[in-house]
Design a protein around this ligand. Structure first.
Ligand SMILES: Cc1ncc(COP(=O)(O)O)c(C=O)c1O
Length: 374
């Protein structure tokens, strides 16, 4: 989020590193830590009453899922194809696999993304295409009473930042509530990025549990999950969560400094303005060169898919022109502008990206697209 020149984070972390990275006290509830103070309330984490720290997004979603299972007394988890929630066996299904392996969208096959995941884990997961209103309704009707949680990224941060269609996240909220399942919103990519209050603020959503990592620590090893008091308070009451470094001080210091900076000046508004200019400029370049391009995501994290008219799920995105995307990226890299080489990965803007950087990127992309079209 902030570039290498930002000193505040380093200074705060350096101050605490000599004390060791471990900490004995727990970061619980109101008023206990500056982190909780900073994050609580409508502005930064609207849905969170209580928060627990972890070291990575993987741990955050893993623990959120355990808490959801413990709270509901159920085992099943629903996740959406193309979403990534970390490396653990509970959710590493139908993430990057070729979509041809996912079967028919009416009865999707959950595909493990790694060897080593026990076959038995498939019993606990239901996968669905993102934005599939009808499929979601069908699953909730058939399995609603057995589902512990529906977990989703607000947009597909791991698949071209595909946006939720209007009403999709609200439908998840409504049906989970009706069936007594929890709604876990994975804000590892959107949290403290698309708005100070993340997708919760952006969409006015109140999920039961929320997970954070990435922008929370701005490069420092820290992540978190939190949610409603009634749910989070079962931790420690026969429900386990913890770890040697789960409250590591440099990470907490990084989070504290990041959240303080976000609150102190219009960081995300600035990023949004520059990101919008970049999106608009790229859109114009593709139009001028007669290349159909679908833009998805938000100015602070966006993506574009080429030679396609609509992208609402990974199955559609897979039909876009990845070769063309990569050819253009190669030409841009040769000219000194380096996007992520994986077209699934959105473009993430940082506060250090200046207006001049946006101009340079647009100039380079204008040349690169022209050259590829020749
Ligand atoms: C949405 C989402 N959730 C969870 C994770 C896992 O986070 P970590 O890499 O910190 O384990 C990621 C990582 O990219 C992510 O994008």
């Amino acid at each position: 989020m902030f570039g290498p020149k930002t000193q505040t984070l380093q200074q705060r972390a350096q101050k605490v590193i000599p004390l060791g990275v471990n900490s004995n006290f727990r970061f619980w509830g109101e008023g206990v830590t500056p982190y909780v103070e900073k994050s609580k309330g409508v502005e930064m984490s609207p849905a969170i009453d209580m928060v627990r720290m972890t070291c990575s997004g993987t741990e955050a979603t893993m623990h959120a899922i355990r808490v959801a299972r413990a709270f509901t007394g159920r085992d099943l988890i629903v996740k959406f194809e193309g979403n990534y929630h970390g490396m653990h066996d509970h959710v590493l299904w139908s993430t990057y696999s070729p979509v041809e392996s996912y079967g028919n969208r009416r009865s999707p096959i959950a595909v493990p993304a790694s060897s080593g995941i026990p076959k038995a884990m498939r019993e606990f997961i239901i996968t669905l295409p993102f934005n599939d209103f009808e499929g979601f309704e069908r699953v909730m009707k058939s399995y609603g009473e057995q589902i512990a949680a529906v977990i989703t990224e607000p947009c597909q941060g791991n698949c071209a930042a595909i946006n939720p269609q209007e009403g999709f996240l609200q439908l998840i909220r409504q049906r989970t509530e009706e069936h007594g399942c929890l709604f876990i919103l994975d804000e590892v990519k959107t949290g403290f990025r698309i708005a100070n209050g993340g997708a919760q603020e952006y969409y006015g959503l109140m999920p039961d549990l929320v997970t954070y990592a990435k922008a929370l620590g701005n490069g420092y090893p820290v992540a978190a999950f939190g949610g409603k008091r009634e749910i989070m308070s079962i931790i420690g009451q026969g429900v386990s969560q913890g770890g040697t470094y789960t409250n590591n001080k440099p990470g907490i210091a990084g989070a504290y400094a990041t959240l303080s900076l976000l609150k102190s000046k219009p960081v995300l508004k600035t990023i949004e303005k520059r990101g919008q200019r970049l999106m608009d400029g790229l859109r114009e370049i593709f139009e001028e060169n007669d290349i159909p391009a679908v833009f998805t995501g938000y100015p602070a994290m966006f993506s574009f898919s080429l030679n396609i008219d609509s992208v609402t799920s990974q199955r559609e995105w897979a039909k876009s022109d990845h070769d063309l995307y990569l050819k253009i990226a190669e030409k841009a890299i040769a000219r000194g502008v380096m996007p992520d080489f994986d077209p699934r990965e959105p473009w993430f803007l940082c506060y250090e990206h200046s207006d001049a950087d946006i101009d340079e990127t647009l100039n380079v992309y204008a040349e690169a697209v022209k050259e590829v079209k020749k």
